[in-house]
Design a protein. Structure first.
Length: 162
């Protein structure tokens, strides 16, 4: 079960995307899936994080070939409950020009599952960055949920030939 809520032009002209899903897993298993390179590569279409997940540490999301897709800083880290990242797109000039965004990841135990809430916001109205993440997060999190619950991803990485 999952639900998605997208809001544009919130408080003070912010653009915000919120995604909530329930996953049959423990908070620790979900935290590990969100922060370990080996697990992330499986559901994030070959991409991986580079970070030690400590407050103040630099963070990057990298393509399989090592190029930086996004980067930023760990603002808050409270395993296995909450992670807040300052996040900036590094590979599309139009998105990079919007500046830093804030991504808050919250994990709450709920009966035999966990509630995962992703809130991604940027301090500008009608953000192209938030438009893009609103397309990406549902695919990524659907893969994550399916992988944790079944051992397989919903949408495997497909490499198209020339």
């Amino acid at each position: 079960m999952s639900s998605e809520k997208r809001t544009q032009g919130g408080a003070a002209g912010d653009s915000t995307f919120v995604y909530v899903t329930f996953i049959r897993a423990t908070p620790q298993a979900l935290w590990t899936a969100l922060t370990s390179r080996e697990f992330t590569e499986r559901y994030w279409f070959g991409m991986h994080h580079e970070c030690d997940w400590q407050r103040g540490s630099s963070w990057s999301l990298r393509f399989a070939d090592g190029r930086i897709a996004d980067s930023g800083e760990v603002v808050e880290s409270d395993p296995p409950r909450r992670l807040v990242l300052r996040w900036r797109n590094m590979f599309l000039a139009e998105l990079n020009a919007e500046g830093d965004s804030l991504c808050t990841i919250e994990i709450e135990p709920v009966e035999y599952a966990v509630k995962l809430t992703i809130t991604h916001c940027v301090a500008r109205p009608a953000s192209k960055f938030i438009e893009k993440v609103s397309e990406g997060w549902p695919r990524i999190l659907s893969n994550l949920k399916t992988l944790l619950e079944t051992g397989e991803v919903l949408m495997p990485l497909v490499v198209e030939g020339d």
